[in-house]
Structures are given as structure tokens and as C-alpha cells.
Design a protein around this ligand. Structure first.
Ligand code: ADP
Ligand code: MG
Length: 338
């Protein structure tokens, strides 16, 4: 039983950034407007995520880290119209299986905060929840990731590598959620390495995260496709989507292109989309692409709630939609030089 749990958890959480992503999603699902991250040794020794969201009720604490304990899904019909980032109730169970997890939470209506350590899905008793001073919201502290699994620990990169992964992810979240303030720093440092203020424009966040030269050369993208297309092989197929965001047309000189793709609220990877964007870009620019696209598809056309281990997202009418987007990008990029 224990071994199976460890394996399942190890699939969801492979490195510190996976824990950060799950905790960020939870913080956003809790309606937070400010999220602060602190990291020690690239998250291998410690990572914490503090939010100012709605907090966790006392009675929910004992089962918080049990597998499939979720407050977000009530019926299967909900799945197509899910407005939350999480729904499986797997993340906290997994994190508490592979690390020491401590939760501090205070719903706005509560007088004091509660602090609870978890170990292997279970709230540790004694001491159990102890009252403590806390701001409104929730803080998750993850200590000693993979403390009982040396092999897993050895598979991790250096502190600097793991920290770079965290900053990369956080930049993506920050750009796609300008309504939320994010900060991230190393423990013991005063200066954050990433810091955005809630309410800043996406362009300004891009400037903060990727530098002035990228931010200066941004072209806004707005695409709306109510398009109808006949698919001769099957029944009539219709698809619709909107895509908005920015592409930079010059000066991004990093070693790799940057593609920030958000589909129905989720930051995802879509290699197929990256490839067709890269091709569109290649015909125009010598520099590496910077692309941020916020894509909205009808809920039944995409499954963005892919299992945490599957990073790739696939959707219906993918071919047609990718063509639409890369064609639009190509003509957009060609625009300025004509
Ligand atoms: P899921 O997000 O899929 O529901 P998780 O294991 O990530 O599952 O979280 C379990 C539950 O814990 C959530 O459904 C939510 O009720 C609660 N929770 C987790 N993080 C927070 C948070 N930052 N603020 C408030 N509630 C939270
Ligand atoms: Mg979650």
C-alpha cells in the first residue's frame, strides 16, 4: 500500500517545480490576489507558497491530504465546465507522501490561524492543529522533498537548475494572471527574483520578466474564429476559438524561443502549436520567438485537465486551429515591414 502510494505520488511530483505548480493552482482556485513563494536550495530543502485566498475551514483539515479529497468537483457533468484549475484531489496527497508538509491557514472569518503538520496523507496527531498567528489565507510549507527516497533526490538538478525551473513557471503564471501579484525569492534574501504587482498590464509584466527589448517589440494578437468547416470524412464539423496575447517581432536573443500557451485558463504545453508557431516565425524573423497566447476553446473541445504527468494538451480540430493561428501570426509579423 505504502509503496503504491509512493509511486503514484512520485508520478505527480517529480521535482520542486511540480509542487509549486500544484500549490499555485490551489492558491488561484482559492481566489487569491497575492501569492508569495520562498525557496531554499531550489526547493529541494524547502519551498513555501503563501496566498491571501479564502483559507481552509477547520473541519476540512483532517482530510485535506487524503487522496481524492477535493472541494471542487461535484458531478461528472461539471467536468466540461470546470472553472477551477484542480479537481482530482491528488496534489496535496502526493506532496504529503513525498515530503513533510505543513499548512498554516486562516479563513478571513476566523480569529486566529491554525497550523497543521502532515505526514503520509495524515494530519499528525499529536500535536494536531495548533493555533498560531496568521494573515488571512493559506501557506503551504514543503520540507525535505523526497526525504525517504535517495534515488529521487539524486535525479534532481542542482539548486540553481531547479530554481530556474520555478522562476520560468512563475513568469508564465504572472503574465497570464496580471490581476494577481506574484513574488519569488530565495530564503534569507531580501530581494525577490521575480516580483509583479496585481493590476499591472501584461506588457509591463513581460518587461519585468523577459526584459525591455522583448516588451518594446510586442505586437498584440487578437483572433476570433467562429469559422465553420465541412469535414468531408465525417459529419459536418464546426469549431470555434479565440486567441489573444502578444508576439515579439525582434530582439529576443535567448537560446530558445519562449512559448507561453494558456488554454482555458491552464498554462499548458502544446508542442504541435509551438512547432507551427516556430515555422510561421521562421519565415519572418531570425530571432527566437517570444509568443504569449491565451486561447479559449469550448469546454467539450479540449481536455486541459490532463493528468499532471502528461504535459501535452490535445484538442479537437487541432490541425485547423493551428493553421488559423500560425497563418494569422505570419501575416501579423509580415505587417510591419511592408
Ligand atoms: P484539488 O485542487 O484537485 O481539489 P488538491 O489536493 O490540490 O486537490 O487540494 C485539495 C483541497 O484542499 C482543495 O480541493 C481545496 O478545498 C483545499 N485547498 C488546497 N489548497 C488551498 C488553498 N491554497 N486555499 C484554500 N483551500 C485549499
Ligand atoms: Mg489542486
Amino acid at each position: 500500500e505504502d509503496v503504491i502510494q509512493q509511486i503514484a505520488a512520485g508520478e505527480v511530483i517529480q521535482r520542486p517545480v511540480n509542487a509549486i505548480k500544484e500549490l499555485l493552482d490551489n492558491a488561484l482556485d482559492a481566489g487569491s490576489s497575492q501569492i508569495n513563494i520562498v525557496v531554499k536550495e531550489g526547493g529541494k530543502k524547502m519551498l513555501s507558497v503563501q496566498d491571501n485566498g479564502h483559507g481552509i475551514q477547520k473541519e476540512d483539515l483532517p482530510l485535506l491530504c487524503k487522496r481524492h479529497a477535493t472541494s471542487k468537483l461535484r458531478s461528472f457533468e461539471d467536468l466540461d465546465n470546470l472553472s477551477t484549475l484542480g479537481f482530482r484531489g491528488e496534489a496535496l496527497a502526493s506532496i504529503s507522501t513525498v515530503a513533510h508538509l505543513t499548512v498554516i491557514t486562516k479563513p478571513p472569518a476566523a480569529v486566529a490561524g491554525l497550523k497543521i503538520p502532515y505526514n503520509r496523507n495524515t494530519a499528525l496527531e499529536p500535536p494536531g492543529p495548533s493555533p498560531c498567528a496568521a494573515q488571512n489565507g493559506t501557506t503551504f510549507i514543503v520540507d525535505d522533498l523526497f526525504y525517504s527516497n535517495e534515488q529521487r533526490r539524486k535525479a534532481l538538478g542542482s539548486a540553481a537548475e531547479e530554481y530556474a525551473r520555478i522562476l520560468d513557471l512563475l513568469g508564465r503564471y504572472a503574465i497570464s494572471r496580471p490581476d494577481v501579484g506574484f513574488s519569488c525569492k530565495k530564503q534569507g534574501e531580501r530581494r525577490p527574483d521575480l516580483h509583479t504587482v496585481a493590476g499591472t498590464s501584461a506588457q509591463d509584466i513581460i518587461r519585468v520578466v523577459y526584459g525591455a527589448s522583448v516588451a518594446q517589440s510586442l505586437l498584440p494578437v487578437h483572433l476570433e474564429e467562429p469559422g465553420e468547416k465541412m469535414d468531408t470524412s465525417t459529419a459536418a464539423a464546426t469549431f470555434s476559438f479565440t486567441a489573444s496575447g502578444f508576439v515579439s517581432c525582434t530582439h529576443y536573443s535567448g537560446r530558445k524561443g519562449i512559448f507561453i500557451i494558456r488554454i482555458n485558463g491552464h498554462i499548458v504545453q502544446c508542442k504541435a502549436l509551438e512547432h507551427s508557431l516556430e515555422a510561421a516565425y521562421y519565415s519572418y524573423a531570425r530571432n527566437k520567438p517570444f509568443v504569449y497566447l491565451d486561447i479559449k476553446l469550448p469546454g467539450d473541445q479540449v481536455d486541459v485537465n490532463v493528468h499532471p504527468t502528461k504535459h501535452e494538451v490535445v484538442f479537437l480540430h487541432q490541425e485547423e486551429i493551428l493553421t488559423c493561428i500560425s497563418d494569422a501570426l505570419e501575416s501579423l509579423l509580415q505587417g510591419p515591414i511592408q
